[in-house]
Design a protein. Structure first.
Length: 433
């Protein structure tokens, strides 16, 4: 039988993992595909740096991308170089040359997905991206195929291991953000420039990919409200624990009454929630469908071999169909529903809130704050006032009932303008479901 020939762009962490799996599991892969597998070309700028567990001399390694793009015998191009360019150009050229494509590039999909999907449809090819979200967790396939009979109403996930590691260490050891970030960088869990991870951008990329699939609605990156974890303090974490909550960076998509809300931000969730137990660099995605009910997917959200596992899942599926002569269909790619959802502005979403007000130790402060909240239709569920000897300002902690975001933002602006408020109020959204 004709072998399935694969071209690999990128021999970094994940690319090296894909090559390792090809060497170590070739027999099993070929049995599952029903055809021989051949790694025909590996393209990378760095041809000399050793990759642990790989014999570079045994690989068809080159720095010339034409070894893949110009070879008509290659069936599947795998893009694992990351970033926007030249990844976008390589994917478009591979599709134009009649090659199926596998990518793990969530940033590319979030910013240029429509263009890439259109090119794949035009050519009758498959563009697969299981590894783009949550590493080794097969969440793309679950949403696209496993839950295809459902109207999904909720996607909620911890999809960035770096941010989750930092919040876990801060929670377990009471450490400051900057100290934990430095440790994460030293251990290789955070990049030298961690902006995408700690500011929620990476989570937003992944939410865009998932939400487009799950809700069959055109989602742009700018449609997603994004807030990072840099302002979370050990005090807020300790107070959350005292009230029975943990703080996680969540990516949230909710649909109701024909609308869709999309947001990434630090969130307080009950300690009794399975999501609160997701620690370290692990990821989890919670979904709710109208037929199946609630599901949760948990596992390693990054790392060489877990992510390579998802890349190979895509390769195997494409190779099976290619060997059997089955062409791609429009349904292999994200499709818009006949009634796309209307995107809900962040100001209109409703949730509960945690507020930590830094108030001067004077009479009637709480009454002033409560009055402002009341005027903006925000009711208080509970209040905790922490006393500190010799402190000029004390933290007053409030949990609110569900309120509208726009009202909360206007109320905070008024509260922080009060002369009795010593510092900006810390606000964290709360999800109880």
């Amino acid at each position: 039988m004709k072998p399935i020939r694969i071209g690999l762009f990128g021999l970094g962490t994940v690319g090296a993992g894909v090559a390792k799996v090809c060497v170590s599991h070739r027999g099993e892969l070929e049995e599952k595909i029903g055809a021989p597998v051949e790694l025909t070309a590996v393209v990378d700028k760095d041809l000399t740096t050793p990759r642990e567990g790989l014999d570079l001399a045994a690989l068809p390694l080159t720095s010339n991308p034409e070894a893949i793009l110009g070879d008509s015998s290659i069936d599947i191009a795998v893009e694992l170089i990351g970033g926007i360019e030249p990844a976008r150009t390589f994917v478009l050229r591979a599709l134009a040359a009649g090659k199926h494509v596998v990518t793990a590039n969530k940033a590319l999909l979030a910013t240029h997905g429509d263009e890439l999907y259109a090119e794949a449809r035009k050519r009758g090819l498959i563009l697969a991206f299981e590894a783009s979200v949550a590493g080794g967790i097969p969440i793309i396939r679950a949403v696209k195929d496993g839950l295809s009979a459902n109207r999904i109403t909720l996607l909620q996930g911890i999809v960035n291991g770096t941010a989750n590691y930092i919040l876990t260490k801060m929670t377990d050891e009471g450490l400051e953000f900057d100290l934990v970030l430095k440790e994460a960088q030293e251990k290789g869990y955070a990049e030298a420039d961690p902006t995408f991870d700690i500011e929620g951008i990476d989570s937003a990329h992944k939410l865009q990919v998932l939400a487009t699939l799950a809700f069959r609605t055109s989602v742009k990156l700018e449609d997603i409200y994004v807030e990072g974890i840099t302002q979370i303090t050990p005090l807020d974490i300790a107070l959350a624990l005292e009230m029975g909550y943990r703080i996680k960076l969540l990516a949230i998509a909710k649909s109701s009454d024909g609308t869709l809300e999309l947001r990434v931000h630090p969130t307080m969730i009950p300690e009794t929630s399975p999501m609160s137990a997701v620690s370290g660099v692990f990821n989890a995605v919670f979904t709710s469908g109208d037929i199946v009910g609630d599901l949760m997917f948990y596992g390693r959200g990054a790392g060489q071999l877990p992510t390579a596992s998802s890349v190979w899942a895509d390769i195997v599926e494409i190779a099976r169909r290619h060997s059997a002569g089955h062409s791609a269909t429009a349904q292999d790619l994200p499709i818009l529903g006949r009634r796309p959802l209307v995107l809900k502005p962040m100001a209109e979403i409703r949730t509960s809130y945690y507020l930590r007000v830094s108030a001067l130790d004077q009479p009637a402060v709480l009454a002033q704050v409560a009055g402002i909240l009341g005027r903006h239709e925000i009711s208080i569920a509970s209040v905790i006032q922490k006393t500190h000897k010799r402190a000029s300002a004390v933290p007053v902690v409030m949990m609110t009932h569900e309120a509208q975001e726009g009202n909360m933002q206007r109320a905070l602006a008024e509260i922080d303008a009060l002369p009795v408020i010593a510092a900006p109020t810390h606000m964290i959204r709360v999800e109880t479901a």
